[in-house]
Ligand binder design. Structure first.
Ligand code: DGL
Length: 251
């Protein structure tokens, strides 16, 4: 049985690499919903309906889902859990660990995550002020740069990073609350001395807790699927995954 990882694009590959580094024998399907990206500017209803459709499509091949996407988790996980009987693991912004080391936290997330009730509750439970920065086009630009090498996208990414850093001067940590933004972690580290947190370690721990022997094989099945019209993209997802994994393994 496979574990289905779902994201709108490359973001979830950072989650997948973190998981596979520790569990290389895991059977997985990575679904990149490029035809519907970005998720961060959809409505909650549109996104939930789309995720239901994706999970239903793979239902017979899987026994666990990882929403490798903060936007999907903060807006849709509760509803999805009532629709499917298997385990659904989510990705939430790492506000809790950030609250332990900061008086004020800078959270960078998507517009739809910023509007979610689940994020409100998470922030309330931490009892620390959180400054939210939710750029409209950042996830789109990250996909466009990494998948298509688009130069304009690179300019937009660099400008946004500068903006985040400028706005974080009264904060003691920056939380990357979108799995796409994990691809910018090194850039942030280069440009600021603040700790940069993401939720990938926590997701990996959750997956480890719930996998069964049926999810593991000596010769695991690693499959990449995309809703993109351009089927060449699938190869790129695979390459970016391997590069991300190699980088993690090198550290
Ligand atoms: N990677 C996703 C997240 O963690 C979604 C980005 C998007 O498509 O807007 O929120």
């Amino acid at each position: 049985m496979n574990v289905l990882f779902v994201d709108s694009g490359i973001g979830g590959l950072s989650v997948l690499a973190e998981v596979i580094r520790d569990i290389p024998n895991l059977n997985f399907i990575y679904f990149a919903d490029s035809a519907f990206a970005p998720y961060g500017t959809m409505t909650k209803e549109q996104l939930t309906a789309r995720l239901k459709q994706i999970i239903s499509q793979f239902k017979s091949q899987i026994n666990m889902v990882v929403l490798a996407c903060n936007t999907a988790t903060t807006n849709s996980i509760d509803i999805l859990r009532t629709c499917f009987s298997f385990q659904i693991i989510g990705s939430e912004p790492a506000i809790k660990p950030a609250a332990k080391i900061s008086e004020k936290i800078m959270l960078v997330c998507t517009p739809l995550t910023a509007k979610s009730k689940r994020l409100d509750s998470l922030i309330m439970s931490c009892n620390k002020p959180v400054k939210i920065f939710a750029p409209k086009h950042l996830a789109y630009c990250i996909d466009n740069f990494y998948l298509n090498n688009n130069r304009h996208a690179k300019v937009c990414i660099d400008k946004t990073i500068e903006n985040v850093i400028k706005n974080s001067c009264d904060c003691q940590s920056i939380v990357l609350g979108c799995t796409h933004y994990c691809f910018l972690k090194d850039k942030f580290k280069e440009k600021t001395k603040l700790p940069i947190l993401d939720g990938n370690f926590g997701i990996k721990q959750q997956v480890k807790k719930h996998i069964t022997l049926s999810n593991l094989s000596e010769h695991p099945n690693h499959k990449f699927v995309s809703s993109a019209k351009n089927k060449e993209l699938v190869k790129k997802y695979q390459i970016i995954f391997l590069q991300t994994l190699a980088k993690l393994t090198d550290v």
